[in-house]
Write a new protein. Structure first.
Ligand SMILES: [Cu+2]
Length: 186
């Protein structure tokens, strides 16, 4: 029974996979997310780290702290060990996995987590990202870098205050992808 179940699970994982940030380390679900968003939301993310926000049941939310559209619901409290210490003007290299591309816009921005608002302008923007009609994805879809602005208006000096957010919307798929990298500037 076990031997038969494994190939089916592997196939499912392939079928469900869409995309995520693999470096720098992005926020993951944990106990704080479970308290904020419910265990079903955590299970949905853990079943496929590359899945879209639309696959996460937000109806299980039991707290104003849970916003699936901010960092996929992942909480700072579960990720305090992943904070990147950066300097103004520093270049940050990203690696993304896009096992199932869906064409659409994408960007990387600095988001103020208290208000879920973008600070300044996006650091990187793609009008057309992850186009499945291309024979091969451009290298900059999975390997790209951003530069930390010289002036963040005094923000992003406290852990948990700011994240580097990768955002991608697969237009025809109607699927939204987000991953957040916690950081502080010093
Ligand atoms: Cu997808």
């Amino acid at each position: 029974m076990q031997a038969h179940a494994l190939p089916i699970l592997s196939l499912l994982a392939l079928t469900l996979a869409h995309g995520n940030i693999t470096s720098p380390p992005a926020r993951l679900p944990g106990p704080a997310m479970s308290r904020a968003c419910g265990a079903a939301a955590v299970s949905a993310v853990q079943s496929d780290f590359t899945g879209p926000l639309e696959n996460i049941p937000s109806s299980s939310s039991n707290s104003a702290a849970c916003n699936i559209f901010l960092c996929k619901g992942a909480q700072f409290a579960d990720n305090a060990d992943k904070v990147q210490t950066l300097t103004p003007g520093e270049t940050v290299n990203f690696t993304a996995a896009l096992p199932i591309p869906h064409e659409g816009p994408a960007n990387v921005s600095i988001v103020d987590t208290a208000t879920n608002s973008v600070i300044g302008e996006p650091l990187l923007e793609f009008e057309s990202y992850a186009d499945e009609k291309l024979a091969a994805l451009p290298k900059n879809n999975t390997q790209f870098s951003v530069t930390i602005p010289e002036d963040l208006g005094g923000k992003c000096e406290e852990e948990g205050e700011c994240v580097l957010q990768w955002f991608w919307f697969g237009t025809s798929a109607g699927q939204t992808y987000e991953n957040c990298v916690d950081f502080v500037v010093v």
